[in-house]
Design a binder for this molecule. Structure first.
Ligand code: NAD
Ligand code: 0WE
Length: 266
């Protein structure tokens, strides 16, 4: 029903949509459902699959940006200022590390691989937030995506876990910096979801199954779960929440190790 959404009259600029499995797709649909106008920036190689999705939500602002480039970040926000005016919501749903760094041992991570993961997955939030600030003169909401591997060792998540720890700290420092301007900064820590960014990980199917076995809700997380929480965090209802990492993980993170049944031998 029009005129009843949590985000009526709001404009959202969304980074990180690549296809219909992306967390950014679940978020985009939820923001749109709640009445927000949605606009997109994408990594050039993703245009073919993301553009029809963006257009299906009525988006007209659909612009490329490699977040490794200050120039490209500057250009996309300059264009956003001209075409959108102000924005209310910034979604950062971006991560990248070298495939080889998500396989072997953490200790083998090269300086280049370490810097790349931190540049794309953590620094980019700061870069985008700084560029978005002038477009949020009346305040706004910034949201990023993180994962449990930021705080506990998840084998093979490796350098991405260290980059996510940096991302989560970046959320807190940005929240403290931008609070007086009415800009809130939060993260959703999502449970594992089969997306493009998870497709290369061998054994991901088994990981999803044991995650659902162990989590209190005994189910996996969907991009719609993430979208609904994202819409809330960007809405006036979350007006006193900032600097927070909110789990959308079926409760997995609250659990500790089970004491095993006594076996016959011991
Ligand atoms: P995805 O592959 O759909 O999204 C990742 C996005 O990052 C892509 O759209 C890609 O184009 C973009 N990207 C990578 N390098 C870029 C660059 N240099 N410039 C601009 N964009 C760039 O996968 P996803 O799983 O939806 O990932 C989105 C976010 O969610 C990531 O931060 C990821 O860490 C996080 N996350 C994912 C899971 C999961 O299990 N899938 C769980 C928790 C958190
Ligand atoms: O953040 C992520 C994945 C991010 C990611 C994925 C890739 C695969 C392809 C970043 N860079 C790349 N680079 C590539 O070349 N997740 C939360 C999903 C994920 O990835 C894992 C996980 C989970 C969960 C890797 C190992 C173990 C668990």
């Amino acid at each position: 029903m029009p005129g009843m959404g949590m985000l009526d009259g709001k404009t959202a600029l969304i980074f990180g949509l690549s296809n219909d499995r992306s967390l950014a797709w679940g978020i985009s649909q939820a923001l749109h459902r709640e009445g927000a106008k949605v606009a997109f920036s994408y990594a050039a190689v993703m245009e073919k699959r993301m553009r029809p999705l963006a257009e299906s939500l009525g988006a007209t602002f659909i612009e490329p940006c490699d977040v490794a480039s200050d120039e490209e970040i500057g250009a996309v926000f300059a264009k956003a200022r001209r075409e959108l005016g102000t924005i209310d919501i910034l979604i950062h749903s971006i991560a990248f590390a070298r495939g080889e760094d998500l396989k072997g041992r953490f200790i083998d991570t090269s300086r280049d691989g370490f810097l790349l993961a931190h540049n794309i997955s953590a620094y980019s939030l700061l870069g985008l937030a700084r560029a978005a600030r002038p477009l949020m003169p009346q305040g706004g909401a910034i949201l990023t995506l993180t994962y449990y591997g930021a705080e506990k060792v998840v084998p093979k998540y490796n350098v991405m876990g260290v980059a996510k720890a940096s991302l989560e700290a970046t959320v807190r420092y940005l929240a403290a910096d931008l609070g007086h301007e009415g800009i809130r900064v939060n993260a959703i820590s999502a449970g594992p979801i089969r997306t493009l960014a998870a497709s290369g990980i061998s054994g991901f199917r088994g990981y999803l199954k044991s995650f659902a076995d162990q989590a209190p809700l005994h189910r996996n997380v969907t991009i719609d779960d993430v979208g609904a929480t994202a819409a809330f965090l960007c809405s006036p209802g979350a007006g006193a929440i900032t600097g927070e990492v909110l789990y959308v993980d079926s409760g997995y993170n609250i659990m500790g190790m089970e004491v095993p049944e006594e076996s016959a031998e011991s």
